[in-house]
Design a binder for this molecule. Structure first.
Ligand code: HEC
Length: 499
């Protein structure tokens, strides 16, 4: 005699199986819409998910990874901020995939079969206006330190152009950690290249400081065109410089990176730039994570000096990064999340595009919290046992910043924002100097920030001399005076912004 409960289940069974989802009618649209763009030949994912046979073969794994929300990859916490490019699946679709698997992955009626989705060939963004590549391959050795190498790529523009998108394809994705793009109109980069016998030339900070920053590529970045008719100016005759950060991976690789450039047929609709908090990847933030520390936290607050419209946000840390949080507190006291990520993943450094631009009026406070997990239990931990980790440019060092992309109405507003970012950096430098944190300042020098006096000790002297009331602390006023003096000497990606 079946129990009343199993009798009920038995009674329900025919209805459930009658309604069981079928591949062509119910499952293919979910897969084609959410998975096939990456799971197809020539893309980042290791196997294709397009046909019935391909999906059926991995059905169990698909149910697991969608159920745990590992796939599709999406690392912002759900239900906090609305992003236009949110890839996460609604619960109902996850449930449908599960039901289909449990019903034995039925193919269903082929009459419902839809044609395989069509994607642009080769480049993700379709046919570009200009394709360029490194002039020769660069050899990344099997072992050794990370390498920062700069390559000069002439664009041969015969007139000024406006760039709407740059898509990057590494030749050796195994060893490319990230890439930054710059423009040079002075010929300096060509000269440096010709002086160095190997392909390209070395250096990190000198390039970051000297050339105009255009953006970059990280692991897991999806290419996108700039929204709202925005564009970046590329003057006639300019060279593109790509700064590639390579991490050796146990065998020799040859990299020949390629780029696809899309032009806009008109100048940018509005001036725009980036606002990194803290600036320059956190170089002056005094990041110094004790071995074994489970939650090491840095907080920063930046007050917006002029009205901005934020249209996307992006976070950056290395392997130990954990929480990435940014909020806006508006002048009327209202508070809103801009980014909340509880489990940072180095492999997926996405641009999160707001559903609509977020207006940040002058006086809005941007609060950023970044945490790192340097414990032995962090699955991304490289050191066993854990070691202290400081700020640095190598991939086993750490960094941390959250960057907004913002539009303004006038060039003056943009200049005002850049001035504020420089004052922010100067304030950080003074705080480090005042507290005797010489190592951070030395790192900053190596990273390319120009501090006017030739020694960190001199900066310390300046910082101490600002303490007019001799209370052993720098007040807001005292810091403000010092920052105003130092700010013009601050430079770097964080302060340059995009023209
Ligand atoms: C933005 C690109 C992208 C999208 C969209 C995407 N995947 Fe993936 N997927 C990857 C990459 C890259 C890997 C391999 C690296 C990894 O495991 O993180 C992967 C791995 C997988 C794996 C193997 C996981 C493992 O543990 O080995 C499965 C299964 C999978 N994806 C299923 C899906 C399904 C189902 C969807 C859609 C609902 C989807 N993916 C959407 C990029 C993507």
């Amino acid at each position: 005699m079946p129990s009343p409960r199993s009798a009920l289940l038995l009674a329900l069974l025919p209805t459930i199986s009658a309604a069981a989802p079928e591949y062509h009618r119910d499952i293919a649209p979910i897969i084609h819409e959410n998975c096939s763009s990456c799971h197809r030949p020539g893309q980042a994912a290791p196997f294709s998910l397009i046909s019935y046979a391909q999906v059926k073969k991995r059905a169990r794994q698909i149910v697991e990874v969608t159920g745990e929300r590992i796939m599709p990859p999406w690392h912002a916490d759900r239900g906090v901020v609305e992003y236009a490019n949110d890839r996460s699946l609604p619960d109902a679709q996850i449930e449908l995939l599960r039901q289909w698997f449990e019903a034995g992955t039925p193919e269903g009626d082929r009459a419902h079969e839809k044609p395989a989705p069509v994607f642009p060939e080769g480049w993700e963004l379709g046919k570009p206006d200009l394709e360029v590549a490194m002039s020769e391959p660069f050899t990344v050795p099997a072992q050794g330190h990370d390498i920062y190498r700069n390559f000069v790529i002439p664009l041969d523009l015969t007139e000024d152009k406006w760039i709407n998108a740059i898509e990057y394809k590494p030749g050796a994705p195994q060893v490319v950690h990230h890439v930054l793009y710059f423009l040079d109109t002075s010929g300096t980069a060509r000269k440096k290249d010709s002086e160095d016998p190997a392909p390209g030339f070395s250096g990190f900070g000198s390039v970051v400081n000297q050339f105009r920053y255009l953006g970059g590529w990280d692991l897991g970045t999806q290419s996108s065109k700039l929204p709202y008719d925005l564009a970046m100016k590329a003057p006639k005759g300019a060279d593109l410089i790509i700064q590639v950060h390579y991490s050796p991976k146990g065998r020799e690789y040859k990299d020949l990176s390629r780029l696809a450039i899309h032009f806009s047929d008109k100048p940018t609709a509005r001036p725009w730039t980036i606002l990194p908090v803290p600036p320059m990847f956190g170089i002056l933030d005094g990041i110094d994570i004790p071995a074994g520390e489970k939650e090491y936290i840095k907080r920063n607050t930046f007050t917006v000096p002029t009205d901005l419209d934020a249209f996307r946000v992006n976070a950056h840390a290395h392997y130990l990064g954990k929480r990435m949080e940014m909020t806006a507190t508006f002048p009327d006291g209202r508070k809103e999340w801009l980014l909340k990520m509880s489990d940072w993943n180095f492999a997926w450094q996405e641009d999160y595009q707001f559903k609509k631009p977020v207006r940040l009026p002058a006086g809005t406070k941007i609060d950023v919290l970044i945490s790192w997990d340097n414990s032995a239990t962090n699955p991304h931990q490289a050191n066993h046992p854990p070691k202290p980790v400081r700020w640095g440019p190598q991939s086993h060092d750490e960094m941390g910043t959250i960057t907004l992309s913002v539009m303004v109405d006038t060039q003056e507003q943009k200049d005002e924002l850049h001035e504020s970012v420089k004052r922010f950096m100067a304030t950080q430098a003074l705080a480090r100097a005042f507290n005797g944190d010489v190592t951070t300042l030395q790192h900053a020098r190596a990273g390319g920030i120009r501090i006017p006096d030739s020694t960190a000790a001199k900066l310390q002297e300046i910082a101490k001399s600002l303490d007019h009331d001799r209370d052993g602390k720098l007040s807001e006023l005292e810091t403000g005076i010092g920052a105003a003096i130092l700010a013009p000497h601050m430079n770097g990606v964080g302060a340059i912004g995009i023209d």
